[in-house]
Design a protein around this ligand. Sequence first.
Ligand code: DX5
Ligand code: ZN
Length: 218
Amino acid sequence: MTLIAPSILSANFGKLAEEVILAEEAGVDMIHIDVMDGHFVPNITIGPLVIEAVRKATRLPLDVHLMITNPEKYISDFVKAGADCLTVHVEACVHLHRIVWQIKEHGIKVGISLNPATPLNTVEEILHEVDLLLIMSVNPGFGGQQFIPSSIDKIKRAKSMILKGGYRALVEVDGGVKLENAREIVNAGADILVMGSAFFGEKNYKEFMEKLEKELKL
Ligand code: DX5
Ligand code: ZN
């Protein structure tokens, strides 16, 4: 089964709680929250306060994608705010193993993420420790970018690495995922699809989910 995680980056922030409730009613599986610091990526978005507000609006798992440098400084803030899974970028962590364990010690799920140009072998020594491998299919920083086609092969290789090792990690794909390419991405091995502009750009989220389910034959 494919899990759908709409990214609130493309939601209407003026009525964020309402947007999250509508997404939940449409049948999504989790809420993807993009945290950007203006250092690791060239954009600034939201922090723990907004996550706390989203936490109050929904019971769905909050899948928090940290695109920040020095994530170790903020782990407990994001846990307190209500994150169910914290994903850090491999490129932002000098001591990735330490940070993975720091997150695990809070009793929540942990994910690691790779930018498009970062090779898969950088996670070889840690993949067995994590719940999620997030493959970025755009350069992180903004919603509404084009899916990078070579990501398909990377997703395939990531999935086979996980299957070969017998690991539990799910493969999540983030960036440029749309109704039109969702099936190809799932066929390549994605377990979770993040959808920002494709989801929140629709008028009717329920209808969109129906179309998507048909497309994926969930
Ligand atoms: C990009 C973010 C994504 C973004 C995806 O840096 O990590 O989660 O919101 O947006 P779309 O689906 O519009 O590419
Ligand atoms: Zn994201």
